[in-house]
Write a protein that binds this ligand. Structure first.
Ligand code: F6R
Length: 244
């Protein structure tokens, strides 16, 4: 496990984008597992910059972690829309190379099975993760058990409260989402988890230095052989040895 602590999210984004570029250059048809949310925006800004400076992404495939259930793809808060706005419309990844769960599918179970098949066919070279204030990765929420396959999840009260900042009010936040399970995440060759801000410090410290527990889903990353935590000073502030 590598831990890199930066002064600002922008510096962290530059570093994470360099890691992604390396994978794209070293791999014939790189498959990137992608996250949404405020944390990964500095990474996508830097990938867009690299693309404008010559990075070809036409052979890249992307597989997103999750999507809300019940939001149409063109809803402003859908993860389809997030990815279009922050990355896809600015780079040359072909649309048919990008996968995001369909949260509006008539048969959600079938959609989950279809998505597992997508990941089986296109093994992830690098998985980018954010982390919830409660330690979730993707939408694998703290629980007595973690599910390995893609599944429909009921979002925790904490996640709904936290994501309400993107909606008019908490009532508008969808209650369910489709998320990759922990198996697909752990099968990625490399994992990069990004976290910024004091509100993530607890989850970060528990994930890196605590026990491996299903009620801290990101702690399962301790079992992976190639994980890089890309942090700012605030999110690292409770790590022993990093000011905590
Ligand atoms: C989103 C996702 C989530 C977020 C996490 C952090 O695709 O998988 O696990 O990464 O909730 O969200 P932000 O970055 O908005 O704090």
């Amino acid at each position: 496990m590598r831990i890199r602590v930066f002064d600002t999210p922008k510096d962290a984004g530059i570093y994470a984008a360099a890691l992604v570029e390396q994978i794209i250059l070293q791999t014939d048809h790189a498959v990137l597992g992608l996250a949404t949310g405020s944390t990964v925006i500095p990474l996508y800004e830097q990938l867009v910059r690299l693309h404008r400076n010559g990075l070809d992404m036409s052979h890249v495939r992307t597989i997103n972690l999750d999507e809300y259930v019940g939001l149409p793809a063109d809803h402003p808060q859908s993860y389809h829309n997030f990815m279009r706005t922050h990355l896809f419309q600015h780079v040359n990844i072909p649309a048919f190379h990008s996968y995001i769960p369909d949260g509006n599918a008539a048969d959600l179970e079938q959609e989950c099975a279809r998505y597992d098949e997508v990941v089986r066919k296109h093994p992830l070279d690098m998985q980018i993760l954010g982390i919830g204030v409660n330690g979730h990765i993707g939408f694998n929420e703290p629980d007595d058990l973690l599910l390995s396959k893609t599944h429909v999840v009921t979002l925790s009260e904490e996640t709904i409260r936290s994501n309400a900042r993107f909606f008019e009010c908490a009532d508008d936040v969808p209650r369910q989402a489709i998320t990759l399970g922990v198996q697909a995440i752990l099968q990625a060759k490399r994992i990069v988890l990004m976290a910024f801000g004091k509100e993530k410090a607890d989850a970060v410290a528990k994930s890196i230095q605590g026990q491996v527990r299903t009620d801290v889903p990101a702690s399962i990353l301790q079992l992976h052989r190639d994980v890089t935590f890309v942090l700012d000073m605030d999110s690292a502030s409770k790590l022993a040895g990093y000011g905590g």
